[in-house]
Design a protein around this ligand. Sequence first.
Ligand code: ATP
Ligand code: MG
Length: 191
Amino acid sequence: MRLAIFGGTFDPIHGGHLAVASQAAAELRLDRVWIVPAAHPPHKSGATRAGYEDRVRLAELACAGDERFFVSRIEQGGGCNYSIDTIEKVRATLAPSDELYFLIGADAFAEIRSWHRWRDVARKVRFLVVSRPGHRYDVPPEARVDRIDSLDLDISSSEIRRTLAEAVRPDGLPDTVWEYIAERRLYGVRF
Ligand code: ATP
Ligand code: MG
């Protein structure tokens, strides 16, 4: 079994995340991609804009059509969520022959050296680093990396939040995600 952990705030999940997960699954022949919304992300200043429950629900709606994708609540509760803790918990559920990957965008991977116990992270997973417009990264010798350079998606949750706050439906949101956001008036949506 080949499994990738795909962590993030997913505030909200968007088509870029889904394209990243699909592309990685196709290129690396992954059986499963675990989307892991962070409850208390250590790398984001301030709170997330939507609560944990809504972000998980949105991710579930977005992943409903693809059986390779699974939304995990492994980071629910607890204090700060470090990737190393998530990786160790997931590894413990796998067979020794299973391969564990960590799927990540170029912007986030560029900060890898600032992560809590990053060398342990690098020992335990193989990174799948996906290109992102405007972001370059170098690979520390401690890290094993497969580069996925076939995507160049100019889409982010921050841009989507800005557009939603202007009461416009942004490009790049699956219908079900948009409908949930509009219904619950998340991200300051007003119509
Ligand atoms: P924000 O703007 O709030 O930071 P985001 O779009 O970057 O949101 P995150 O939840 O921060 O989304 O990211 C989760 C993971 O997805 C990270 O590894 C990030 O690099 C990756 N990612 C998000 N959008 C893209 C994209 N357009 N191309 C490649 N990777 C992406
Ligand atoms: Mg981000």
